[in-house]
Ligand binder design. Structure first.
Ligand code: DX5
Ligand code: ZN
Length: 212
């Protein structure tokens, strides 16, 4: 299991120290919110660039913004590795994938809890990550929605049947219990926010989860 700590739950007044506490994770999940696509605002590309200069984890940028196509360049140049945009946003899916590849990043697509996996089937051959939201995007600390389990299983099945290569990631409400359910369903990456950052020894827990 790959762990991707979500810095949204970190104490931003000491962000570098907070990321050090989770640096045993392979990925780092970076939640970008615009107050339009989701009812909350987080931060922009400048923060990503500055974190990049201190850490070599794989940067997993999650764009919860209304028009991702406009900002892909900024987040790519700031040092993102994966850039994931929402299927429900306003930009063309094909254009976003093309734009992400243009900047040599890995394209990811995300679906909100009410969106069916069927809707993104035409794009699965072209993406390198599928992010299943297990809460309504916008805030950390919400309760895991079990409907994500069936979506993960469906994505595992589609990948097997068609020889696709995307990683399957899950985001929202993951803790020491729900992580076992998503692991059993076959997820590759678990995004962990509030559960992880509340722990005094987060890296220790990450090492344990890495073995799942
Ligand atoms: C929610 C964000 C998540 C969030 C997860 O909109 O995309 O990445 O930070 O936080 P927890 O793990 O607390 O649900
Ligand atoms: Zn996220």
């Amino acid at each position: 299991m790959i762990i991707s700590p979500s810095i949204l739950s970190a104490d931003f007044s000491k962000l570098k120290k907070e990321i050090k506490r989770v640096n045993q994770a392979k990925f780092l999940h970076i939640d970008v919110m615009d107050g339009v696509f989701v009812p909350n605002i987080s931060f922009g590309a400048k923060i990503v660039k500055e974190i990049r200069s201190h850490f070599d984890m794989i940067f997993d940028t999650h764009l919860m913004i209304i028009d991702p196509i406009k900002y892909i360049k900024d987040f790519a140049e700031a040092g993102s590795d994966y850039i994931t945009f929402h299927f429900e946003a306003n930009s063309s899916v094909e254009d976003c994938i093309k734009e992400i590849r243009k900047y040599k990043c890995h394209p990811g697509i995300s679906i909100k809890p009410k969106t069916d996996v069927k809707e993104i089937v035409p794009y699965l051959k072209d993406v390198e990550l599928v992010l299943v939201m297990s809460v309504e995007p916008g805030f950390g600390g919400q309760k895991f929605m079990p409907s994500a389990i069936d979506k993960i299983k469906e994505l595992v099945k589609l990948r097997e049947e068609n020889n696709y290569t995307y990683l399957i990631s899950v985001d929202g409400g993951i803790n020491d219990k729900t992580i076992l359910d998503v692991a059993n369903a076959g997820v590759d990456i678990s995004v962990l926010g509030s559960y992880l950052f509340k722990l005094p020894r987060a890296n220790k827990e990450i090492k344990k989860f890495n073995r799942l």
